[in-house]
Ligand binder design. Structure first.
Ligand code: NAG
Ligand code: NAG
Ligand code: NAG
Ligand code: NAG
Length: 413
């Protein structure tokens, strides 16, 4: 895609907005205009083949501006040359659980699939360009471990072409592990910081209120954001990853109940609680994010692929080594989470925030081959469930970041 085309579409001048004294004059000018148009078409055809664009600005261009391109729909194509400039599992920011080859995965094909959106191309990921654009900036990922998966992918993608690896480091010397609440990687030469905050629910998880019944172990405060949120203010890019924990299994069944306005609500529906927590996040963002400079993303739901059982009942995903490419066979159900997220995105757009929905659900649903499956981090007992929720790296989240880059570019980052 030509990046130079990624500007706002030029609206054709409205010829009818000129004022004329009466209808007769309008008709006269119209006839004149049409004959002029016909003459110019004939003339242009004599000189060169007919290109409608030659008639601009008087004809209405049919080409859609590139920033309306919908990257969310398309297909995976096998591309021996992909990825052209890629990191390897040696990238120092990779969690051991995502290094699938190192953990024994025998096939390599899963990194050779390129996402081809329908009707347009993704701009090639240019690490140097991304770093330059991000100079003196702070990029924040906040959310669940799928967000950490994406954060690690972006870090590794951005290290491409940096000659001095020690110029990129964790600010507090912490190792990359899944147990840390907060990690901050600095790209010293660019004064760029890329952070991850582990906040699976985004909102605050609290002790139950006094006198709550015995079954209540934790209170999920849908009207109060996690305390980490104080550190998100002032970020230039915010990528929220949420929704994966908003299931009955991960809340009510564990004795985690929703609390609002100081009171537990034992009957609140999980999806309703998710919507409320996003409203809490929205209010925070409207107060704390600069409408002109802060780019806010909500990443959509990343589908899981457990077959022959659920995650805790022997479900597996080590049977596939290729994406789903039979599109007729593939029906991707839109999760309710996505609609809730998209509604919040629309409300924030209305409030004139630079907010985008990073819709990766469809493309990710096709990648049943991309999970660590039984190739989990060293030390995992053989009887442990397969990991069919997270993603091998390099792998599928790299494509999410290609979309992130494309959407940032189209929004003037
Ligand atoms: C996300 O993208 C898929 C594929 O284009 C589409 O079917 C779905 O409606 C989108 N979801 C939302 C909430 O826009
Ligand atoms: C580094 O970036 C921060 C913002 O992330 C900015 O406040 C600071 O002034 C920058 N430092 C230099 C030396 O440019
Ligand atoms: C909790 O129960 C005790 C004893 O019944 C009562 O004195 C106290 O006021 C209750 N606290 C709240 C917050 O309801
Ligand atoms: C609990 O939440 C549901 C759904 O939001 C609401 O209809 C109901 O009134 C709430 N109950 C209490 C006791 O607040």
């Amino acid at each position: 895609m030509d990046l130079h085309q990624e500007t706002q579409p030029q609206k054709p001048p409205n010829i009818f907005s000129l004022s004329f004294p009466n209808k007769k004059d309008i008709a006269y000018v119209l006839i004149l205009f049409i004959s002029l148009l016909i003459t110019s078409i004939v003339f242009c055809n004599l000189v060169t083949p007919f290109y409608p664009n030659l008639l601009l600005p008087f004809s209405f261009s049919k080409t859609l501006p590139t920033n309306t391109c919908d990257y969310s729909y398309g297909k995976w194509v096998w591309d021996e040359n992909y990825p052209t400039r890629k990191y390897s599992e040696d990238c120092p920011f990779l969690d051991p659980g995502f290094q699938c080859r190192r953990n024994g995965r025998p096939d390599v094909g899963y990194v050779k699939w390129r996402w081809q959106p329908h009707g347009c191309d993704l701009p090639r990921f240019d690490a140097k360009d991304f770093r330059e654009r991000s100079r003196n900036r702070r990029i924040v990922f906040a959310g669940d471990s799928i967000g950490r998966n994406q954060w690690e992918s972006l870090l590794c993608m951005l290290t491409y072409g940096v000659s001095n690896p020690s110029s990129i480091y964790e600010e507090h010397g912490n190792p990359i592990t899944k147990h840390k609440g907060f990690l901050s990687i600095r790209f010293q030469d660019y004064n760029l910081t890329i952070q991850y905050y582990r906040v699976p629910f985004l909102v605050l998880i609290d002790d139950p209120p006094e006198n709550a019944s015995q079954q209540v172990r934790r209170a999920i405060r849908v009207d109060k954001l996690h305390r980490f949120s104080s550190k998100w203010a002032g970020a230039d890019v915010l990528v929220f990853s949420a929704g994966h924990w908003w299931t009955k299994d991960k809340t009510l069944k564990m004795g985690w109940y929703f609390q609002e306005e100081g009171r537990l609500n034992m009957t609140m529906d999980v999806m309703e609680a998710f919507g409320k927590s996003l409203q809490t996040l929205k209010s925070w963002a409207l107060m704390n994010c600069d409408p002109k400079t802060t780019h806010i993303f909500f990443r959509s739901y990343s589908p899981v692929h457990f077959r022959d059982g659920e995650w805790d009942t022997g479900g597996r995903c080590d049977l596939s080594n290729a994406p789903e490419i039979d599109h007729l066979k593939t029906e991707v159900n839109e999760p309710l989470n996505n609609q809730i997220i998209e509604n919040v995105v629309k409300e924030m757009e209305t409030a004139k925030r630079k907010v985008q929905f990073l819709n990766i659900t469809y493309l990710t649903a096709l990648r049943k081959d991309g999970h660590p499956s039984r190739h989990r981090e060293p030390g995992t007992p053989a009887t442990a469930p397969q990991d069919c929720s997270h993603w091998c790296l390099p792998g599928v989240p790299d494509t999410w970041n290609e979309l992130l880059y494309a959407q940032l570019l189209s929004n003037g980052f």
